[in-house]
Structures are given as C-alpha cells and as structure tokens.
Design a protein around this ligand. Structure first.
Ligand code: ADP
Length: 507
C-alpha cells in the first residue's frame, strides 16, 4: 500500500546514466531526458560538451550547480554530477532536477533584493529629510543666537540712554525702541522654542516654586496693561491654592502670559478676567484651573481649531502684531503636562481660554535655598575685579557700560584660553568673578571653564564662573554644570539681570 502511494506521489527527479569515455550514453534510466541511449551527451544539450574532456580524468567527482537544461519538452534547472572511476570503469552522469528549488530561491532572492532596494530608497529619502530638517533647525538656532548679541546691545544701551537726562520727546522715542526690542526678543524666544519642539527637545523642568508669587506677578502685569488700554481687570485667586507646588514655573508663566497678552491684545473695550482655582488635591497632586476671559473681538467657530497652528492668525487686521506662534507653543507645553487648552468664544463678544494643570503638591515641598539676588548684597566700599571672556564687541561694550556706571568694578576683557589662564594666574589681585561667553569664535566657554577648574592654585580654580549665553536648554545647562560653571545669565540681558546674578557670587 505504502509503496503504491510512494509511486504515485514521488516524482522522479534524478536521472542516472552511464557513459563511455567519448560521451556515448551506454545505459540510462530515462527518468528526465529520454531516449538518450546510444546518443552522445554533447548532442543531448550543449552544456554536456564541456564534460567530454573530463571523462578521462580518473576517480573524480565534478559538481555543477544551477544548470539550465532542455531536451524533448523537458526543461529543468538542475545540479549535474559527473563521477569518474578508473580507465576500465565507465563514468556515471547524475542529473538532479532542482527546478522548484531554484525557482523558489530566485523568487525569494528577488523579493529580498527588491525589499533591500526599497528600504535603501526609504533610508535615502529619510536621510535627506532628516538632513533638511536638521539644517533648518540648526539654522534657526544659530541665527537666533546671532541675533542676541546685537539685541543685547540695543537693550543695554536703551537702559543706559534712559538714565542720561533725556527730554520727554526723546523718552517717548526711546520707549518705542524698548518695546520693539522686547517684542523682537520674545519672537526670537518663540522661534527657538518652535525649533526645539520640532526635534522633540522641549522638555519641562520640574522644581518647587512659589505659585502665589507667580500669580501676583502676573496680576501686577495685568493691572499695568489694563491701565494702558483703558480696560477693566478682574481677578480671582482661590484661597485654597497651595503656595509651593512642583512644576515648571517658567513654562507656566509663558503659557499664562501668552493667554493674558492675547486677551489684552484682542480686546478694545470692556474687561479681562484672570481666575485661578483649585479643583482638588489628590495623591500628592494639585489640579489647578486657570482661565482668562475677555470681552474682545472673539473667534469665529470655524477658526477655533486653527488658532493653535503655528504661524496662524485668524484676524487679518494689521493692527494686531504677532507671529501666530504663542498658542501653538502654549498648546504643546500644556500637552506635556497631559492636559489641554479649551477655548470658548463668541465672535464679536469675547473669548475664554481655560486649562487644568496638575502640579506636585506635598507639604514637604521646599523652595531651593537661594542667596537673595539683590544688588544691595554687593559691599559698597569694595572694588571688585571682574574678568570678562567675550569676543563680541557689542557685549563687551554693554557689560563695560553697565559695570562702569556703578563705579565699583575693574573689568578685564580677554577671549582666548591662553589669555584667560595667564590673566588669572599672573594677576596681582585675585579675580572675584569670571563672566564667560559660551560661543566664542575659536573656543567654547565651557572648555575654558574646564581649564580654569584644573588650575593648580586653589584660589584660581575656585573663582566663580557665570556663563553669558543664549543657549539655555536642558542639555546646555547640564554641559555648563559639568564644565564647572556656577550659573548662567541668559542673553539678551539687561542691567538688572546682569547685576543680580553677579551679586549672588560676589563676596
Ligand atoms: P499671536 O497672538 O502672536 O498672533 P497666538 O498663537 O497667540 O499668536 O494666537 C493666534 C491667533 O489666535 C491670533 O492671531 C488671533 O487671531 C487668535 N486669538 C488668540 N487669542 C485670542 C483672543 N483672546 N481673542 C481673539 N482672538 C484670539
């Protein structure tokens, strides 16, 4: 029975033939090619002609793979084996039909090659897009960085000019200058944020902060804005709001400032309301509700979703300036806390922007101990030696003007590592502080800081170093800290931000 099945299903795939030394087939089982007896194998298929010279080689096995053969309607892809013996015993020719095997192999190989080519094309496309994206982001980052030095110059000299006894009209002009440069500064910050969002590098920095102080500060800003625009300002801060919470204070301020500024910007009469209430405290988390309500121009229903897109402004009037970035950045920041911004608006009547944000809230939360940052810390009767490492003339001049106006500082300016080290080690007096630009033409400030921290003399290597830089993202701050830099002053800075930070490190 089994034999019968075997005979039915087993397909003959190997043909055995005995041939003489000239290639004449003496005997064959004819399972693939038939009839071939008495024929010369070279006449069966031209391939076999190449075997004739091998027939007289004694005791050898010759194997040929993947040979296409065709004879009398039998077309196969096969392995051919020629086994020779001695001069008295005729050679054996074995033809192994492996058509299915080779076909499958070829199909698989082809599919594989195609998919390799396909994935290579995808990879190339991807690399191209990535390169383009990286170029764009690097361009934005560098370009906005380059804008900061001249901007620092404008801001500093506006401050200095303000104190130089200007008449009323000059002061008015100066105010235009100041508000334009502060607008420019905000825009640069937004563009930088956006480039970071696109590469997924904008993260929250969670630390304990004083929520009450932050809200009071925003409230004061609102009061000033309302007065300027002739609007009424209402606010309601829930008494139950915890004072110290864990969260990203800077980013919270950024989101709320954006909502508040928009409310004032798009409201020409009526009021702006800022309410903050506690939803609940549960599992060491405080859920806090923020809402900003205005009686302004409102937003059409069909436009509400669009206002969160980058560079989108839905009102076409030129009188409202802005780049249309604030809300898209705010939306992203709020989403980082797993929340969202809700808009409720009636066109022509006003808008309400609200959000619920979770903060860490435990009784044990403490504010980080900070030396009070006040210029009054600086001893009135002492002169301080400051080393400024900076190659931008605008910043050199800005720092020089600010410090000179105080009459308490000696300033030395250098910008190569050699000069920094020789200044510190050869100076008669000790330097009290190093102000270090990070992006110098030849070196980076953090490299120079590392050199200072390796100096042999204790009093040299322990000089406080404050970085002056526009690059203050998380990974930058980590790098500065690792290089031994004590603190950072963000560019563009003004007189107050420079002196307050310096005061923290001057004894
Ligand atoms: P910007 O205010 O710089 O234009 P935003 O991203 O903050 O950019 O806002 C995008 C757009 O959404 C605004 O240009 C405006 O058309 C609309 N918008 C935002 N807030 C309000 C508001 N309170 N009232 C009316 N329209 C608003």
């Amino acid at each position: 029975m089994l034999q019968a099945y075997k005979e039915k299903h087993a397909k003959a795939v190997i043909q055995y033939s005995i041939i003489d030394f000239n290639g004449i087939v003496l005997e064959s089982d004819n399972v693939l090619f038939s009839p071939i007896e008495t024929k010369n194998i070279a006449d069966v298929h031209p391939f076999f002609e190449s075997l004739i010279p091998l027939l007289t080689v004694e005791n050898e096995t010759f194997t040929f793979s993947c040979i296409h053969l065709e004879y009398n309607n039998c077309k196969i892809t096969s392995d051919v084996i020629l086994q020779t013996f001695n001069s008295k015993k005729s050679p054996l020719l074995i033809i192994h039909d492996l058509t299915t095997h080779y076909n499958n192999y070829q199909t698989t190989a082809q599919v594989r090659n195609e998919s390799v080519i396909h994935s290579q094309i995808l990879e190339l496309k991807n690399d191209y897009l990535k390169e383009k994206e990286e170029f764009k982001n690097a361009f934005i980052a560098n370009f906005s960085h380059e804008l900061r030095d001249p901007l620092t110059g404008i801001i500093t000299f506006s401050d200095i000019l303000e104190q130089s006894g200007l008449n009323h009209q000059q002061l008015d002009y100066l105010n235009v200058l100041k508000s334009s440069s502060s607008f420019l500064k905000d825009m640069i910050d937004d563009i930088l944020d956006l480039s970071k969002i696109e590469v997924g590098k904008l993260d929250l920095v969670i630390d304990p902060f004083n929520l009450h102080a932050l809200l009071d500060d925003l409230k004061l800003n609102c009061i000033v804005k309302a007065k300027q625009k002739g609007l009424t300002f209402h606010y309601n801060f829930d008494e139950k709001l915890p004072k110290i919470v864990g969260g990203d204070a800077l980013r919270l301020r950024q989101v709320l400032t954006n909502l508040i500024n928009n409310a004032f910007k798009f409201t020409n009469e009526g009021s702006v309301t800022f309410n903050v209430s506690l939803n609940q405290i549960r599992a060491q988390k405080a859920s806090i509700h923020f809402e900003v309500i205005d009686t302004g121009i409102g937003i059409k229903e069909e436009d509400v979703d669009r206002i969160f897109n980058s560079f989108t402004q839905v009102n076409n009037e030129d009188s409202y300036k802005g780049a249309g970035l604030g809300l898209s950045i705010s939306k992203y920041l709020v989403e980082l806390t797993k929340s969202k911004i809700t808009v409720d608006s009636t066109y022509g009547e006003g808008s309400k922007f609200s959000t619920n944000i979770n903060f860490r809230a435990t009784p044990s939360l403490k504010l980080p101990r900070q030396k009070p940052a006040s210029f009054s810390n600086i001893k009135k009767d002492k002169k301080y030696n400051i080393l400024l490492v900076e190659d931008s003339e605008i910043t050199q001049l800005s720092v020089l003007k600010i410090l000179a106006s105080k009459g308490q500082f000696f300033l030395d300016i250098v910008f190569t590592p050699e000069d920094v080290i020789s200044k510190i080690t050869n100076f008669d007096n000790e330097f009290d502080l190093v102000l270090m630009d990070i992006k110098l033409k030849e070196n980076s400030g953090d490299e120079i800081a590392q050199l200072i921290r390796k100096l042999p003399e204790k009093q040299h290597r322990r000089i406080p170093i404050i970085a002056l830089t526009a690059k203050v993202f998380k990974e930058d701050l980590k790098r500065y800290k690792k290089a031994g830099i004590n603190d950072v002053i963000k560019k563009p800075f003004n007189e107050a931000s420079l002196l307050e930070k310096m005061a923290m490190y001057l004894k």
